[in-house]
Design a protein around this ligand. Structure first.
Ligand code: GLN
Length: 424
C-alpha cells in the first residue's frame, strides 16, 4: 500500500497550475527574470516526514520568509522582553515596505514588515568577523539540515534599487530605533533576504516550529518553546502583511510570504507547508501559493480555529478488575491537556469515597502537557483524601521526571495486565 498523500499534493498542484494571476515582482530587477511557471509544494509532519511535489529542487531567494527566523534568532539571543523594547507585535495593516513606526512607542510595529525586520536584523548578535547575515545563514542551515548559500545576483540587484529600504533605515536611525550605520544594516538585511532555499528546505525548517522547537528526528532543542510560540503568533497576526485578516479567516495557518513567490506555513503540532510560485499579488504574496494553502486548509481541515474536541474521548474504557471486582481501572487515550484533564476529573468525581483501588492507565496517551500532569496528580491526591489507594500506570514512560516530581510513589512502570495480576 502506498500513502495517497503524494498523489493528493500532485493533484492540488495540477489544479492550481491553471491560475496565472499576479505578476512577477520587478522592483528587485533580478526577480523579474524568474520563470513564472515554476510551481512547487512540500509538506512536513511534526514527526519529520517530508512529502514534496513539482519543482521541489528549484532554489529561490527566501526574501521576507527570513524575517520570522531572524526574529527567532534574536529572541533566542536576547530574550523576548528585551526584543519587545525594540520591535512591537501589533499588526500594521500596511504594506510590507511602508515607512512607518508605532506613533506612541516610536518603534516598528512588528518584525514582519520591513522596518521591523531591518531593526531585528540589527539586533542579531555575532562574533567578530561574522556578519549578521552570515550568522542567520548558519542558523537557517541548521534548521534546514543542509548548508544554504547566498544568491549574489539577487543581492546585488536589490542593493541597486534599495531606495525604499534605505529610507526606512535612515528613518529608523533618526528616531534611535537603530543605533548603528543604517546603510550597513540595510545591506545586511538585503543579504539575509538573498539566502537560497527550496520548498523542501522550508518544509524542513517549518517542521522544527511545528514540533515546538525540537528537531523531529534527533529530539535536539533548536528553539526554545516560548520563542516558537512568539514567532508563530506574530506570523499569524502579521505574516501576510495587509492581507493578514483575509488569510487568517480563509486559511487560518500561521504563515510568512516572500516576494520571490514562496510561502511558509506552520500548524503547531501538525504540519509545516511550503509553496513556491513566483507570480505575486498587490500585497507581494504568491497568487498560486495562496490558492494552494486555501485548498490544503479546506481539504485537510487545517484551519487553526477548527480545534478537534478530544476531551470526550479521553477515557478509552472504565471497568472493574481484581478477584473481588474491587479495582477500578480507567484506561486513558490521546492527549492530556486542560480540557481532557477536566473531563477525566469530572468523571473521577463520581467515584464514591471508600477504600477501592483506582488505577489510571496512561499507556495509550500520546502526550501529557504539564497542565495535564498537574491536574492528574491533583486528582490522585483528592482521591487519596477520600480513602482510595491510587496507582498511575505509566508503562511507556510518558511522564517526564519534572511532571512526576513528588508523585513517584504512585507511579508504576509495569504493563497494566501485569500490574493487575497482583489482584487475582
Ligand atoms: N527583500 C525584500 C524587501 O525588503 C523582501 C520583501 C518581501 O519578500 N516581501 O523589499
Amino acid at each position: 500500500m502506498q500513502t495517497p498523500v503524494p498523489d493528493y499534493l500532485k493533484h492540488v498542484l495540477s489544479q492550481c497550475q491553471r491560475n496565472v494571476g499576479g505578476q512577477l515582482a520587478d522592483y528587485i530587477p533580478e526577480l523579474a527574470q524568474a520563470d513564472p511557471n515554476k510551481l512547487a509544494l512540500a509538506l512536513s509532519t511534526a514527526d519529520g516526514m517530508i512529502y514534496s511535489s513539482g519543482d521541489d529542487g528549484h532554489e529561490f531567494t527566501i526574501q521576507s520568509m527570513s524575517k520570522p527566523f531572524a526574529y527567532a534568532l534574536v529572541l533566542e539571543q536576547l530574550g523576548i522582553e528585551e526584543v519587545l523594547q525594540k520591535v512591537g507585535v501589533e499588526p500594521s495593516g500596511e504594506a510590507f515596505n511602508q515607512i512607518s513606526l508605532d506613533k506612541e512607542l516610536n518603534i516598528p510595529k512588528n518584525p514582519m514588515i520591513n522596518s521591523g525586520a531591518i531593526t531585528t536584523h540589527s539586533l542579531i548578535q555575532t562574533t567578530a568577523g561574522i556578519s549578521r547575515a552570515e550568522q542567520l545563514r548558519r542558523f537557517l542551515s541548521e534548521l534546514a539540515g543542509r548548508e544554504l548559500s547566498f544568491d549574489e545576483q539577487v543581492y546585488t540587484s536589490e542593493m541597486k534599487t534599495a531606495f525604499r529600504n534605505l529610507s526606512i533605515g535612515y528613518m529608523l536611525r533618526t528616531v534611535g530605533a537603530l543605533d548603528t550605520d543604517p546603510v550597513e544594516i540595510v545591506n545586511g538585511y538585503i543579504q539575509q533576504c538573498a539566502i537560497k532555499v527550496t520548498v523542501k528546505d522550508l518544509a524542513n525548517i517549518a517542521r522544527v516550529l511545528a514540533n515546538g522547537g525540537l528537531h523531529p528526528k534527533t529530539g535536539e532543542c533548536l528553539l526554545d518553546r516560548a520563542v516558537v510560540r512568539q514567532v508563530l503568533s506574530v506570523m499569524l497576526s502579521c505574516g501576510m502583511y495587509d492581507a493578514a485578516g483575509d488569510w487568517l479567516t480563509t486559511v487560518g495557518i500561521p504563515a510568512k510570504s516572500g516576494v520571490s513567490g514562496g510561502i511558509i506555513g506552520v500548524l503547531p503540532g501538525q504540519v509545516g507547508i511550503a509553496v513556491f510560485s513566483p507570480r505575486v499579488d498587490e500585497h507581494g504574496n504568491s497568487v498560486r501559493g495562496i490558492d494552494i494553502f486555501e485548498r490544503l486548509s479546506a481539504d485537510m481541515g487545517l484551519h487553526l480555529m477548527e480545534g478537534t474536541p478530544s476531551a470526550q474521548t479521553i477515557i478509552q474504557s472504565c471497568y472493574w478488575a481484581g478477584k473481588n471486582d474491587d479495582v477500578r481501572v480507567y484506561e486513558l487515550r490521546g492527549v492530556l491537556q486542560f480540557t481532557e484533564s477536566e473531563m477525566l476529573l469530572r468523571n473521577l468525581q463520581e467515584e464514591p469515597p471508600g477504600d477501592t483501588t483506582i488505577v489510571l492507565d496512561l499507556t495509550n496517551l500520546t502526550l501529557i502537557h504539564d497542565v495535564g500532569a498537574r491536574m492528574l496528580f491533583e486528582g490522585v491526591e483528592r482521591l487519596q483524601q477520600d480513602g482510595h489507594r491510587v496507582v498511575v500506570v505509566d508503562s511507556e514512560g510518558i511522564l517526564s521526571e519534572a511532571q512526576m516530581k513528588g508523585n513517584k510513589r504512585v507511579v508504576v512502570k509495569e504493563k497494566l495486565t501485569k500490574y493487575l495480576e497482583k489482584f487475582q
